[in-house]
Design a protein around this ligand. Structure first.
Ligand code: EPU
Length: 439
């Protein structure tokens, strides 16, 4: 009896094997980073492809786990998918209705774009609530408001929604605040409803513009692209299309911050400068040594001699998705900086981990106050969400000594082959298996 008890205690203390990222910091980085297709764009294009029964071909789709989860959902609904060399071919001619209550729905946030797709196509959806990184409250009231404005009847019970679209009709939607997801869902549903729908105060992120381009190439009629008011003449015949996903502006920003910390003429491409204007403005203020030639950014390590104040806000403001890598970047500097996180109430899990590495950062309400230090020191840190984990990889690259970053699964949700890309630019980084206590 006592033998079994002792072995049990031993086992729980030893923990389990886990794949982690091992980084030996301080190396200068040079060469070329090839940027993948945008995660947040393709996760709306893939569900929206179902609006056409014709063949939809989308190039530059990154092999990240969010894409695989969407493909799993499509296949469960009878859609035939071919995915080779980052090109996704979607044949939905045999699409059948399935309740969207499968476990995959809970694994990513963008699964809720199937709500609007199915509501328009089948006039009924039973669906689970959705997943996504835990960044504080992430309500979907604006999505539900938009659906109701277009005639949907919605019942919510124990984490399940039932959407009834028997009385769908054109409508007028005025969003009280900017939401990427609610704008996408409103566009997709309105595109399927006969008549003229007006949507005001829409999100203006580049991913919205690209969704509109995609739908219009399939036959939709949408006016107002790039402004905050859209007019959708819904119910058009939709046909197949061949389309290319845009480069991921958040991946560009992440590698740009890596380059500004450790680059030696590091090249990043392709880059669409208008998509990262707010980051470039910050680089200008901080005298970061970078230039953009055609679609390539060339960037070198530049010491930060002053503090800055940055507010995250909807596009064209500074993206919340870069707040975490930026926190790391500013942690080694000669000044005190403040980042005001205005989008998410709890996108701060990285701060405690950075402080373990010797950073001096406090959080006061939604303000991240970064007192610059001279160095970070390697240790074991845990990423708790996608961009937070990426910010810890940056910290490991900047730090003295060896850093172990936990949370590889989060990185794989949104960054294609991050470790391979870092190795290619000479970072001392590898994935290793380690026995660690469960978190
Ligand atoms: N909000 C509401 N009600 C709603 C919807 C949103 O109050 O019904 C609030 C949110 O809580 C947040 C703000 O509005 O405070 C903006 O949220 P938004 O709806 O714009 O975010 P999202 O569509 O859920 C997308 C990206 C996020 C990115 C945000 C902001 C996808 C799949 N996700 O999320 O990306 O942070 O826009 O730009 O497109 C990431 O890539 O790491 C990521 C989290």
């Amino acid at each position: 009896m006592s033998f079994f008890l002792t072995s049990f205690i031993h086992l729980t203390k030893r923990g389990t094997m886990e794949e982690v990222i091992k980084i030996k910091g301080g190396k200068k980085l040079s060469g070329v980073v090839n940027i993948s297709g945008s995660k947040n764009n393709c996760v709306s294009l893939i569900p929206a492809a179902l609006l056409s029964k014709g063949l939809v071909v989308i190039h530059n789709i990154p092999p990240i786990s969010d894409v695989y989860r969407l493909v799993d959902i499509l296949e469960k609904c009878g859609v035939c998918i071919t995915y080779t060399d980052n090109t996704l071919i979607i044949d939905s001619s045999n699409l059948v209705y399935k309740d969207l209550t499968m476990p995959e729905m809970g694994k990513l946030r963008a699964s809720y774009y199937f709500y609007s797709v199915f509501l328009g196509l089948f006039k009924y959806v039973k669906a689970n609530t959705i997943g996504g990184c835990r960044l504080g409250d992430r309500p979907i009231d604006l999505h539900l408001y938009a659906f109701k404005q277009l005639g949907a009847n919605i019942i919510e019970e124990d984490g399940t929604y039932i959407f009834d679209g028997t009385n769908l009709k054109q409508g007028h939607i005025i969003f009280e605040k900017s939401s990427v997801g609610a704008t996408v869902n409103a566009i997709i549903l309105a595109t399927q409803i006969k008549g003229k729908t007006i949507i005001e105060n829409v999100a203006m992120e580049p991913e919205i513009t690209e969704l509109i381009n995609f739908l219009c190439e399939m036959g939709a009629k949408i006016k107002g692209k790039g402004t905050n008011t859209l007019i959708i003449y819904g119910g058009q015949e939709m046909h197949g299309v061949e389309f290319s996903n845009i480069p991921d502006r958040i991946e560009v920003g992440t590698y740009a911050l890596i380059g500004a910390s450790l680059g030696n003429n590091l090249k990043i491409k392709p880059v669409i400068p208008e998509h990262i204007q707010s980051l470039l403005e910050l680089f200008n203020v901080l005298n970061i040594n970078y230039q953009i030639k055609n679609d390539t950014m060339i960037i070198s390590a530049s010491p930060i001699k002053q503090g800055v104040v940055i507010l995250t806000s909807p596009f064209p403001g500074f993206p919340t998705d870069l707040q975490q890598p930026l926190t790391t970047f500013l942690s080694i500097s000669n000044g005190t900086s403040v980042i005001i996180e205005s989008i998410y109430h709890n996108r701060f899990a990285h701060v405690k981990e950075l402080n373990k590495m010797g950073a001096n950062i406090n959080i006061n309400n939604m303000n991240i106050i970064i007192h610059g230090v001279d160095t970070l020191n390697g240790t074991i840190v845990s990423g708790k969400d996608l961009r937070g984990a990426a910010s810890l990889v940056l910290a490991g690259l900047m730090a003295k000594g060896e850093t172990i970053v936990r949370g590889l699964d989060y990185i794989n949700r949104g960054y294609e082959n991050m470790i391979v890309k870092l190795k290619k630019i000479h970072a001392n980084v590898e994935i290793v298996s380690m026995e660690l206590e469960e978190q």
